[in-house]
Design a protein around this ligand. Structure first.
Ligand SMILES: Cc1cc2nc3c(=O)[nH]c(=O)nc-3n(C[C@H](O)[C@H](O)[C@H](O)COP(=O)(O)OP(=O)(O)OC[C@H]3O[C@@H](n4cnc5c(N)ncnc54)[C@H](O)[C@@H]3O)c2cc1C
Length: 55
């Protein structure tokens, strides 16, 4: 997933500040991580796509 890589790179670019709870980058990195979990985990969504593709 592209956003995970983008946020990883942003945190790396900001160094220690990218890791601090007070920084926007930390919050954005954490928020990006929920995307493949919330609203149905990626694995579960892939299963749904597979089921519906052959129905
Ligand atoms: C911040 C947040 C917001 C949310 N918002 C919503 C919302 O708006 N609407 C809503 O409906 N739900 C929402 N959820 C719930 C979300 O859909 C569930 O967290 C998600 O479906 C994962 O379920 P779970 O946490 O019980 O993890 P589990 O079902 O226990 O899954 C844990 C991990 O096991 C793996 N896994 C699970 N099942 C399979 C499988 N069949 N095959 C392969 N691997 C598998 C996956 O890697 C998964 O990440 C939200 C959750 C969070 C944390």
């Amino acid at each position: 997933m592209v956003i995970k890589q983008v946020m990883y790179d942003c945190a790396q670019f900001h160094g220690g500040m990218g890791y601090m709870r007070e920084s926007a980058i930390e919050r954005m990195s954490r928020d990006a991580r929920i995307l493949p979990i919330g609203g149905g985990a990626t694995e579960v969504m892939l299963e749904e796509v597979a089921k519906r593709s052959y129905a």
